[in-house]
Design a protein around this ligand. Structure first.
Ligand code: FES
Length: 106
């Protein structure tokens, strides 16, 4: 289980031992990380699980899917190169030490 460090909009960090195979959204919610709403429960249909993923780990976060790409345009917070829907990213062992920033609005 890799440790993923979630950083809230207030700057507080929360280290989570994330179970591989879960989505990053599921791992965050399971550990009580706040600021991720996940209204559609992982169906890539709400963009309320938007987070900023450390680009240094882009190789293990997988490609942005077509549907995810469209939904990211509806995210409440600014879309950047680091933007992902956390429900669409699977936890893998190579994510040890990865930082995920939670935006101020979902
Ligand atoms: S939980 Fe709705 S898009 Fe991720």
């Amino acid at each position: 289980m890799p440790n993923i460090i979630f950083i809230g909009a207030d700057g507080a960090s929360h280290q989570v031992a994330a179970p591989t195979g879960q989505s990053v959204m599921e791992a965050a919610l399971g550990a009580g990380v706040s600021g991720i709403v996940a209204e559609c429960n992982g169906a890539a249909a709400c963009a309320t699980c938007h987070c900023y993923f450390d680009l240094a780990y882009a190789g293990c976060s997988g490609e942005v899917g077509e549907h995810e790409d469209e939904m990211l345009d509806f995210a409440a917070s600014e879309r950047t190169a680091e933007s992902r829907l956390s429900c669409q990213v699977r936890v893998v062992a190579e994510m040890e030490g990865m930082t995920v920033r939670v935006p101020s609005a979902q």
